[in-house]
Design a protein around this ligand. Structure first.
Ligand code: AMP
Ligand code: GLY
Length: 425
């Protein structure tokens, strides 16, 4: 089989790494990829949002399966277009991807089906949004409706701050068209957990539990990022909570989408808050989490291609997913300044010393090849991922890998896994 992966982050490197291990796969391509992916797959220089060019390529090259990493092509309808051309592709349809692409769509769906989430209201008028904020009072969360690269969420502790947030999103259009509508939402307190599952539109197969670290700095301080590290399993996800999440959230959402005649086959990722009243939905993503995908692919023993095909063909009720009983942890190494402005083109040293690493792997995100050297080419640069008997051991092993890598301005969190370790894993 010939498989094309779309994207260029640590998530896509982990997917390419795992897809290559499938006995059914002879050839992996990646558009556009990065320096690390280039060692495992043929890189194709097409942007993830150039759907017409990707479809043409898949047809001309007789690609058997296309796997979409990031959300943007999904919300643009890449799956619908590939299906129109009879090309096999893994991911939800454009309507399905609204679950990530529109917070208002998702909140309405959750409310209609009485799926646990914070109270909220949606506005297209800034003054009405502000009146609602004054009525409800702080703390309150103001969200741009559309995709805003993870930045469109403002948690406000004062009315004035929340009013300003509405102006930034709706009037100044800080996040562009994503701010045509705002969702004003209850502030939920508790521990945050990622719940990632596969679905064929009917059956939901949960993947191993995982947890990421969204804030830039140690102690969960600083601005939100795409994720500075992750680990699996997440001890916060007890068997009882897992059961509750499946019964009250995951299965009902998939059933609700099917009832609405929305084709949702692919990854369903719920961001949940474990509140005193039980798990509640913060958001959904229609793709694998990054960096969560890195520890997950490292622990997955089953053939990932088999699982993806079962989603596409509606046979997920017949699959079994096997996991390495060991834990895995990923530490993200980022460029100085990330998640704000950062420089590119810094030479990365130490990668060769980790080539023979048997208990870990360095997944690349923002990297490029330049004159025989690997240089930084993005905000999140590498995901140093390792296995260990416990999360604690996996984290320690990942940091042993981190200690070998260096570039000018490299920064990372030194407390990845601290919550799991506090849970006594
Ligand atoms: P989202 O993109 O909706 O996941 O929001 C990004 C981050 O903001 C989440 O990972 C949470 O840490 C935080 N967040 C979002 N919504 C809420 C909420 N209703 N209450 C508390 N924190 C929230
Ligand atoms: N790590 C969070 C995300 O992928 O959205």
């Amino acid at each position: 089989m010939k498989v094309l992966v779309i994207g260029s982050g640590g998530r896509e490197h982990a997917l390419v790494w795992k897809i290559r291990q499938s006995p059914r796969v002879s050839h992996v391509l990646c558009a556009p990829g990065n320096a690390g992916i280039g060692e495992l797959a043929d890189l194709v220089s097409i942007a993830p949002d150039d759907i017409a060019a990707l479809a043409r390529f898949a047809r001309d090259e007789q690609v058997d399966l296309t796997v979409v990493g990031p959300e943007l092509p999904l919300t643009m309808g890449i799956v619908d277009e590939f299906q129109r051309q009879d090309l096999r592709i893994f991911g939800p349809s454009r309507d399905g991807a609204q679950l990530e692409g529109s917070k208002a769509f998702t909140k309405d769906l959750l409310r209609r089906h009485e799926i646990p989430t914070g109270f909220f209201s949606t506005f297209t008028d800034a003054d009405e949004a502000k009146r609602y904020i004054s009525e409800v009072g702080p703390p309150i969360v103001v969200k741009a409706d559309g995709l805003a690269a993870g930045k469109g969420v403002l948690i406000c502790t004062e009315v004035k701050e929340a009013h300003q947030a509405v102006d930034e999103i709706m009037v100044s259009r800080l996040f562009g068209d994503a701010g045509q509508r705002v969702v004003i939402e209850e502030f939920l307190e508790g521990e945050e957990v990622s719940f990632i599952a596969l679905t064929d539109g009917r059956t939901v197969v949960p993947l191993a539990s995982s947890q990421d670290h969204k804030r830039a700095f140690d102690g969960d301080s600083g601005p939100n990022t795409g994720g500075m590290g992750a680990y699996s399993p997440a001890p916060a996800m007890t068997a009882e909570l897992h059961d509750q999440v499946m019964r009250k959230i995951m299965q009902p959402v998939v059933d609700a989408l099917r009832a609405a005649k929305i084709d949702y086959r692919g990854v369903l990722y719920a961001g949940l808050m474990m509140t005193e009243a039980g798990p509640k939905v913060l958001e959904f993503n229609s793709r694998f989490g990054d960096p969560e995908c890195q520890p997950l692919m490292m622990r997955l023993r089953s053939d990932v291609v088999e699982l993806m095909e079962a989603c596409i063909d509606g046979r997920l009720d017949q699959v079994r997913v096997d996991w390495d009983p060991r834990a895995a942890a990923c530490v993200v190494l980022a460029a100085a300044g990330y998640p704000g402005n950062y420089e590119k083109g810094k030479v990365i040293r130490g990668l060769d010393g980790l080539r023979q690493w048997t208990t870990g792997f360095v997944f690349h995100a923002g990297t490029a090849q330049r004159g025989g050297q690997v240089v930084t080419n993005g905000g999140r640069v590498l995901g140093v991922t390792a296995l260990g008997t416990t999360v604690d051991d996996a984290v320690a092993e990942a940091y042993r890998g981190v200690a070998k890598i260096q570039w000018d301005g490299m920064h990372f969190r030194s407390d990845i896994g601290h919550r799991a370790i506090a849970h006594g894993s």
